[in-house]
Design a protein around this ligand. Structure first.
Ligand code: ADP
Ligand code: NI
Length: 202
């Protein structure tokens, strides 16, 4: 994560871990903190948009977990979460995650919205040579994972309509839903202000 230039650096990981611990503390349903926080720390290690060979990265992850003393069962639980929690995965093969996984998914999604979410989207868009905005390109409403990853006609502003504004409603836990509310409002205000300035209104 150290050399990441797309908004998935170690600072992202630390925020996701913090979000996950906050959710763990505030949910009445219990979840195993060791599984939840380990999955939060390692959730991007084998992500197919970040590493060249995700399968190999998953194998290394399993070997690492075994080496530091995780059981085969814990290993399986962590891998199930990290393998299935991403937004792009849900476009391809949605599965229902165990509660620990739902927490990590919410924690990751919280870091994709609000002020941090805006900066990360702009940073990612810059790293991938996306256009900032083009009113002639409408946001896509339905897409496969391959189409989602095809950035030929993607704009940074459209990414808000295609993904980021949908996340608040997709949160699993009541705690994350509550946190998402203010962040959603902040993005909506940002987009309204962006339009005002783009159109040259004063
Ligand atoms: P996941 O890891 O859940 O599949 P994504 O790969 O969709 O999530 O995105 C992770 C983060 O990267 C997003 O929250 C956003 O900040 C950024 N991102 C992904 N795709 C785009 C895009 N087309 N334009 C701008 N930012 C993007
Ligand atoms: Ni992440």
């Amino acid at each position: 994560m150290q050399n990441d230039q797309t908004g998935h650096g170690f600072d992202h990981i630390l925020r996701v871990v913090k979000n996950a611990s906050y959710i763990l503390e505030h949910e009445s349903q219990p979840a195993d903190p060791m599984i939840t926080l380990t999955a939060a720390y390692l959730h991007d290690i084998a992500d197919d948009k970040l590493v060249a060979d995700p399968q190999q990265s998953e194998q290394q992850l399993q070997q690492f977990l075994t080496k530091i003393g995780f059981s085969a069962e814990q290993n399986k639980q962590i891998l199930l979460i990290t393998h299935n929690m991403s937004f792009s995965k849900s476009l391809e093969k949605p599965i229902s995650l165990p509660f620990c996984g739902q927490i990590v998914q919410d924690a990751d999604r919280l870091d994709a919205i609000g002020a941090i979410g805006i900066v990360r989207a702009v940073y990612y868009g810059g790293a991938h040579q996306e256009t900032i905005y083009d009113p002639a390109i409408a946001p896509r409403s339905e897409f496969s994972k391959a189409e989602y990853r095809d950035l030929t006609h993607e704009t940074i502003i459209n990414h808000f309509y295609e993904k980021l504004l949908k996340l608040a409603k997709m949160m699993n836990t009541a705690t994350a839903k509550q946190l998402a509310h203010q962040r959603q409002q902040f993005m909506l205000n940002f987009l309204a202000e962006f339009q005002t300035e783009w159109q040259g209104k004063k």
